[in-house]
Every structure is written in C-alpha cells, then in structure tokens.
Design a binder for this molecule. Structure first.
Ligand SMILES: Nc1ncnc2c1ncn2[C@@H]1O[C@H](COP(=O)(O)OP(=O)(O)OP(=O)(O)O)[C@@H](O)[C@H]1O
Ligand SMILES: [Mg+2]
Length: 405
C-alpha cells in the first residue's frame, strides 16, 4: 500500500502555552475544519523537539521561548524543518528592532500578544499566499510537462535515488504536479524506493500501446498525494518483454498533458523504447561518479546524444562525491576527459543508504544534509528554468537559511 501518511504535510501546527492564544487558535482551527490536535502546548523549543521526528507542517505557529535565545532557537528550528516552511512567531516583545530582525531572517509574520482571530487569519493568509505563489503551475511552454530523463552512466551510481528525490522535491517543495516514471518494467526500483506496491496491468498496455489513454494512466499511476504520482511496475524476469517506440510515444503524450514535470528513471540499455525517451525529453540527466569507469560511460552517452540522437548534451551530475576520498578522480580531470563541465555535485551521504533500505525519501529524512541541498539546487534549476520568478519559490528562511540550502 502507498505509505501516503508519511508523505503528506499538514497545513498548520501551533506550539503555544498561554490560554488566551490557545483560545484564538481553537477558533482558527474550527473555522478551517482542523482538529484541535494541531495545537500543542509549548513554544519554539517544543516545536524543534517535535520536528526532529515529524514532518514539517506547511505553516508553523510558535511562541517565543525568550528573546535572548531566539536566534539560537531559529537556527535549531532551521536544522529540523523543511526549507519551504512558513513560520509565524508570537510573543510579547514589543520592540521594532526585534520585529525587523525576525522579518530579515525570513519569518512570515510576528504577532504581538494579545492578538485577535483576525490578526491570526491575516498572518496565515500571508504565509499561504506565498505558498500559492510557490505552488502556482509553472508556465511551461504550451502548458505541457517538462520531461527529464535520468540515466546512470554505470549501474548503481544513484540514478534512481536522484529521480525519486528530484520528483519529491519538485512536487512537495516546489508545488509542481509531478509524474515519476520507471521505464524499466522488470528491474526498476522506483516503487521499492518509495515503499509502494508496483503498478499492475502496465505490461499489457506497453505491448499494446493503443490502450494507453488518459483513463488508463489514471488507473495505473499511484497517486501519492496531490502533487506526486508514480508509475513503476515489476514484471517477471522470465518473460521477454518487447516494448517499442510507440509505447514510449503514448506514455509521453499522456504524461505531458497530466503533469507540469515528469521525471523518468531510464534503464541503461538502449532499446527503441528508451531511445525515444532520450530523444524526446526536454533534458537528459547523466549520473556518474568521479572515476575512470564513470568517465568512460559518460563519454559514450555524451557521444550518443550528440552523434546519434542529435540532441543537446546531457546535464551531468556527479554523485556520492567524496566517498572514494583521495582515490576519487579530481573533478577537473574528469571534466577534461569528458570535454564538458559537470553541472552538479551531490556529496556522499551516509543516510541515503538507510533511507533507501526503509523506503524513505532521503531529502525528507535528512533535510539539511549537503546532499539534500544539492538535490534542492538541481530541482530549482529545472523548475526555475520555466518559472518566471524562481526566487519566489524559496521562502521562509530564505534569509536565515540562504547559505544552508
Ligand atoms: N549521494 C549518495 N550518498 C550515499 N549513497 C547514495 C547516494 N546516492 C545513492 N546512494 C545509494 O546508492 C545505492 C544505489 O542507488 P540507486 O539504486 O539509486 O542507483 P541506480 O543507479 O539507480 O542503480 P541501478 O543501476 O541498479 O538502477 C543505494 O543504496 C542508494 O541509497
Ligand atoms: Mg536504478
């Protein structure tokens, strides 16, 4: 079963301890149809403790613990929450400089106590207006999805991990309707990586592509939440599955009209099915590691794109950077061999392995890891390319966390 409870985010959580504020929050919760459980007793420090082990809400309301320790508390909060969270702070500090400082570090609103329901509603709508901007559909060309196909230069370099995390970030942090497709019907691991049941009935359609229509796609794609849908199947190994170009064409046609972004995890073997994807995607991403084998295969894919498909060169990502320590090929040497720059580096992250074993999304379980920040930058690169104001997508702690993301 899709483990969606782990995936969706609650809209609002509050940590406060004075009865007057609790009463206002209760009215606010009731008006929005939320359970009172969204209100917890405590302050910013209780929120930090809670968010260490729980998902960030979209909007967080916290009482100040003390003005003196506020800076340290916000720092600690930044370490445990999603970078796109909106925070409303409330307290009794009535100093203009304190208010200015909160705004500077990216707090959405400061509510001076006592405040009324109207003030809280205004603060919430300010936070969610930003969110709406963030979630506004990207004005992609002709309102069609941007398709990004990801291929590993070699086996096991982390292509699937990157697909899953990019799709997750683009959907859940950048608010884009996203489709994640596993193009390896037998050995694909996207469903496994997300702890999902593989889709059923896809094979038949892949072999008879005229069956692939909008209704069929709605049936076979696993809808994780409002923003992210996944297609990943697990056919028996003893079958000889022949999937042609027309199946890829039909899938492309369907997903282009259903999503704003589509991430495809491509198997490395070239068939007419995968060739179509490589040729017709808006971007091909080639994942490698800094070693001689990775360089050799990256070069082959680069030449294949240029000479055979006559498409733009892939976007190159080096993954697990730092793992090989002093044995790692220097980036400059790799780039010289490839004749091209590496576009993004993703550092080695110990937690990635643990996340993949337990079917978790790494970007979610290790929110502030350097590898997660790199994945956010890659997602922002693709989404920002078609968005008018990419900077509007990064909110809250933009100021405080600018360098951390
Ligand atoms: N940046 C990283 N740091 C540490 N481990 C990573 C990183 N990226 C991926 N991994 C781990 O590497 C392993 C292989 O990853 P993944 O399955 O994504 O590779 P792949 O290229 O899709 O493999 P395949 O060729 O089998 O499709 C996984 O255990 C994953 O958790
Ligand atoms: Mg894979």
């Amino acid at each position: 079963m899709p483990n969606s409870s782990r995936i969706s985010r609650v809209p609002f959580l509050a940590f406060t301890s004075d009865s007057e504020t609790i009463a206002i929050l209760k009215q606010f919760a009731e008006k929005n149809g939320w359970a009172e459980a969204i209100i917890s007793s405590g302050d910013i420090n209780s929120a930090i403790e809670f968010l260490k082990n729980n998902k960030s809400p979209k909007v967080l309301f916290v009482d100040i613990a003390s003005a003196e320790t506020m800076s340290a508390s916000l720092d600690a909060l930044a370490d445990v929450c999603d970078p796109d969270i909106k925070v409303i702070v409330s307290g009794k500090v009535n100093e203009y400089s304190f208010y200015c400082w909160l705004m500077e570090v990216g707090i959405s609103s400061y509510l001076l106590k006592p405040f009324n329901l109207n003030a809280l509603e205004k603060a919430y709508s300010k936070a969610t207006i930003d969110e709406t901007i963030m979630s506004a559909p990207v004005p992609a060309a002709e309102n069609k999805a941007r398709i990004i196909s990801v291929i590993g230069a070699r086996g096991g370099v982390g292509a699937t991990t990157i697909c899953v995390n990019l799709a997750w970030i683009i959907a859940n942090h950048l608010g884009q309707k996203t489709g994640l497709l596993d193009f390896d019907p037998q050995l694909g691991t996207v469903a496994l990586a997300l702890d999902l049941e593989p889709s059923r009935g896809l094979r038949d359609a892949l072999e008879k592509p005229d069956r692939i229509d909008s209704l069929f796609m709605d049936r076979v794609m696993i809808k994780i939440d409002e923003y992210l849908s996944v297609l990943s199947t697990e056919e028996a190994l003893d079958d000889n599955i022949v999937i042609g170009e027309s199946a890829a064409e039909a899938l492309f046609q369907q997903v282009r009209s259903k999503f704003s972004f589509v991430i495809i995890d491509l198997p490395r073997t070239i068939s007419s099915f995968t060739r179509y994807a490589l040729k017709n995607s808006d971007h091909v991403v080639c994942v490698s590691e800094y070693n001689i084998m990775g360089l050799r295969e990256s070069l082959r894919y680069l030449d294949f794109c240029k000479d055979n498909l006559q498409t733009s060169p892939p976007v190159f990502i080096a993954n697990r950077v730092g793992l090989a320590g002093k044995h790692q090929m220097p980036q400059a040497e790799f780039e010289k061999g490839l004749g091209q720059k590496i576009d993004f580096n993703i550092p080695f992250a110990l937690d990635a392995n643990a996340a993949s074993i337990s079917g978790e999304v790494f970007a979610e379980t290790a929110k502030n890891a350097p590898a997660t920040r790199a994945l956010h930058a890659i997602a922002a690169h693709f989404v920002g390319e078609v968005a008018e104001k990419p900077s509007a997508k990064f909110s809250l702690f933009g100021g405080l966390f600018g360098g951390k993301k």
